[in-house]
Unconditional design. Structure first.
Length: 249
């Protein structure tokens, strides 16, 4: 693994433009379960019943049971070594932008400034009836949170059946088409269109580094360097290796 970390660090150090794609796995070490691992959220809640816009419109109160579960974990969560390490890479000028599928705001709390949120962010709520917007923290005590018009509010996250914000989609594809290195960390790469980013980057000649505790459907197809292990530890090692390269240059 040490040799692979060195190779990946050199790629990142030499890259003129590095993009990252992250998923729920990068926040597991902050106490937020991912979705498809054995203890993942979908082992507790059927996504067809809790994660589609149809399910939310049909029974918002039921969906808010799952959202509250997740929300409590997100509220207590702190950025872990993976979020902080990626924030450092951005600060060193070695990571241009993070495209994240997560809605927990932990990349921003970990210091990253250029973050494209594919699935929105759970820190704001919107009324589907009158369009009124609220900050989630102002509605913490209400379960489920209500709009002043009386309707149950929806978090500004993208449910299955909703589209990815157009600006997020376009910008991420543009960046993927020009990236020299793509880091794919903590995602099973099973959900489109986020899982198209590695192929776009590959087709444009990028080197792809995957960080995951296990292989994914990408590993044997588009990945150049597979760093198997926990994102926090691996990213921490990568950053210290890169700092060695900077110090001897
Ligand atoms: N370090 C690195 N990788 C990890 C860790 C860890 N500590 N823990 C879990 N993983 C990996 C798992 O092996 C898995 O490949 O993270 C990945 C998480 O995959 P998913 O649970 O499918 O999450 P994600 O890829 O983000 O899902 C995409 O699906 O349900 C929707 O909207 C939801 O944004 C989510 C999207
Ligand atoms: Zn309203």
């Amino acid at each position: 693994m040490k040799k692979l970390i060195k190779e990946a660090a050199q790629l990142l150090y030499d890259s003129e433009m590095t993009l990252a794609l992250t998923g729920a796995g990068i926040s597991v070490e902050s106490g937020i379960p991912d979705f498809r691992s054995a203890q993942g959220l979908w082992s507790k809640y059927d996504p067809n019943e809790y994660a589609t816009i149809t399910a939310f419109r049909a029974d918002p109160e039921k969906v808010w049971a799952m959202l509250k579960d997740m929300g409590d974990l997100v509220d207590q969560a702190e950025p872990n070594k993976a979020h902080v390490g990626m924030g450092e890479l951005e600060h060193l000028g070695l990571l241009h932008t993070i495209v994240t599928q997560n809605v927990d705001n932990l990349h921003q709390k970990g210091g990253a400034k250029s973050v494209i949120e594919y699935h929105g962010n759970s820190s704001t709520l919107t009324c589907l009836s009158c369009g009124e917007k609220y900050r989630a923290e102002d509605k913490r005590k209400e379960h489920p949170p209500l709009c002043k018009c009386g309707r149950i509010l929806k978090p500004d996250v993208v449910f299955f059946g909703e589209s990815i914000p157009t600006e997020a989609l376009n910008r991420s594809f543009q960046l993927a088409a020009t990236a020299q290195v793509l880091i794919v960390a903590g995602t099973s790469a099973t959900v489109s269109p986020a899982n198209m980013i590695p192929n776009i980057a590959k087709e444009n000649g990028a080197n792809i580094i995957e960080i995951n505790i296990e292989k994914t459907q990408l590993t044997d197809h588009v990945i150049d360097i597979f760093l198997q292990g926990s994102a926090g530890e691996i990213i921490e090692n990568l950053v210290s290796e890169i700092k060695n390269l900077i110090s001897v240059s």
